[in-house]
Design a protein around this ligand. Structure first.
Ligand code: B12
Ligand code: SF4
Ligand code: SF4
Length: 409
């Protein structure tokens, strides 16, 4: 068993991790050599910059990549089948009618390479959503547990979007320092690209039947960040070695998904996914899903918690301590009554700067009401009665549904 401890915080001061040969020799930049041969990225150099910035892994791929037409077709089919639900940004089109996200080259015609980085949030020794917990406990997806110290040394919520975008931009800045001017864009989650398709093409892992990018050692509890550049990749590094599909005959995620969102392996019907319903979907949640949402009040980890590749990573994978993504103990199996008692001010105090804020104060209450209905605990009735009379449609419908369910039990 290979266990190592990597402690980092995105520090730019320790450059000792970059191999000598990976840095571009100064003379290349100053002697005019770069004018004779085009500036190129090498895999070793790009990866070293990513690790230096605080990512655990990184892969590089030349654009367009070999399977790009296949992936573009998959994306078109997915959108065409209505699986994006109300996430209209996924359906945005370019002037020529192509879906913006189907290929990186559509929004970024200059793009010649993609560096895709992986930052783990597996937190070994933390519980799984699928394990029994005390009564009256909710589940917040582990990607949203993160926190870091602010300038005054107080621990505050952190959001991977911000933390990792800063790291990706540090990589981008170092590349510019070393290689001069070129087009580039850094993204974490929000760019018009399909990050998992790029990550698989860059050799970071394979797409599992739960649609997550699974790294063979780090598992799937990892964020992705991408840097697109106009720099070509040197010929010997242009094609990443792909990680073969290691799902085999396993179907655990498909069977475990409570809302049947993974009925077609490797494809998700996002409109059925608890992560979509509890975070992205506004207003009332359809009754057909409410019971199966269980105790998830923000996102869902079920199809990853049952995945044997995460089991392996949590038990014997590297122990990663990231000072900017440290889990907050109070968000692990949080008590439903603690969450329900928060007023808007307390919600802001607890979740300003956290991904949880995305669902909004009333959105979280709506989700809490559903989890209360699924708890089997009649004592939540009083709280639910108050919410059942509120003007917010989503919360009101959830509270009424929950009361009916509790009274039936
Ligand atoms: C929209 C979105 C969602 C939606 C839809 C998810 C989905 N599966 O499409 C919702 C809200 C449901 C969601 C949920 C989650 N998300 Co999300 N999400 C995104 C976002 C913004 C776009 C994804 C997208 O384009 N979907 C469209 C489909 C077609 O793309 P895809 O699922 O990535 O596609 C792959 C497969 O479907 C596959 N495929 C399609 N057809 C076929 C057919 C065959 C035969 C095969 C083999 C493969 C295959 O190919 C694609 C590329 O590999 C990305 C960020 C980004 N810009 O890419 C984050 C992202 C995918 N999400 C992420 C995370 C962390 C989550 C959650 C874990 C959060 C949570 N705990 O609640 C869950 C995971 C649920 C799951 N099992 O996927 C991470 C994933 C990291 C990883 N290791 O995979 C990303 C990359 C954000 C980030 N920067 O880290 N998400
Ligand atoms: S995140 Fe939850 S609801 Fe969504 S596909 Fe996975 S198990 Fe199903
Ligand atoms: S649970 Fe099994 S089928 Fe699903 S992603 Fe993991 S290995 Fe693949």
């Amino acid at each position: 068993m290979r266990v190592f401890r990597q402690v980092f915080g995105g520090s730019m001061s320790d450059r000792s991790t970059i191999p000598e040969q990976a840095t571009i020799p100064e003379r290349d930049l100053t002697t005019g050599l770069s004018r004779k041969r085009p500036r190129e990225l090498s895999r070793e150099h790009a990866r070293a910059l990513a690790l230096e910035a605080g990512f655990q892994e990184a892969g590089l791929v030349a654009l367009p990549y070999e399977a790009e037409a296949r992936d573009a077709e998959r994306f078109r089919e997915w959108v065409g089948a209505g699986r994006a639900g109300t996430m209209g940004y996924l359906e945005r089109k370019a002037d020529d009618g192509q879906l913006l996200r189907e290929r990186a080259i559509v929004p970024f015609p200059w793009a010649r390479s993609a560096l895709v980085c992986f930052a783990s949030y597996s937190f070994p020794s933390s519980p799984l959503s699928t394990k029994e917990s005390e009564r009256g406990r909710a589940w917040i997806a582990r990607y949203a547990w993160s926190s870091k110290d602010n300038e005054r040394g107080d621990r505050r919520p952190s959001d991977y979007h911000k933390v990792l975008l800063k790291r990706m931009r540090a990589v981008e800045a170092r590349m510019h320092e070393q290689l001069g001017e070129f087009e580039s864009r850094s993204y974490v989650d929000t760019g018009p690209i399909v990050e998992r398709a790029l990550a698989a093409a860059a050799g970071l892992g394979w797409t599992g039947k739960n649609t997550c990018l699974i790294h063979p050692k780090l598992g799937s509890f990892g964020f992705l960040a991408a840097l697109l550049t106009s720099l070509p990749i040197r010929e010997e590094d242009a094609h990443a070695a792909l990680v073969p599909d290691r799902c085999g005959s396993c179907t655990r995620c498909i069977e475990a998904c409570p809302t049947s969102a993974l009925d077609v392996p490797y494809q998700m019907d996002a409109t059925r996914c608890i992560a979509y319903l509890t975070i992205e979907h506004k207003g009332p949640i359809a009754e057909e899903f409410a019971a199966n949402i269980g105790r998830q009040v923000f996102g869902c980890d079920i199809c990853q918690d049952v995945c044997p590749w995460n089991g392996k990573a949590l038990k014997s994978g590297p122990i990663i301590a990231d000072a900017e993504l440290e889990p907050r103990a109070e968000l692990i199996n949080p008590a439903l009554d603690w969450l329900a008692a928060m007023d808007e001010r307390e919600f802001e105090r607890q979740f300003n700067g956290s991904p949880v804020r995305r669902t909004g104060f009333l959105g979280l209450r709506r989700n809490i009401a559903i989890a209360m209905g699924n708890s089997g605990q009649a004592e939540f009735g009083r709280q639910l009665e108050k919410w059942a009379a509120t003007t917010d449609e989503g919360l009101r419908a959830a509270a009424r549904w929950a009361l009916t369910r509790l009274r039936r039990e």
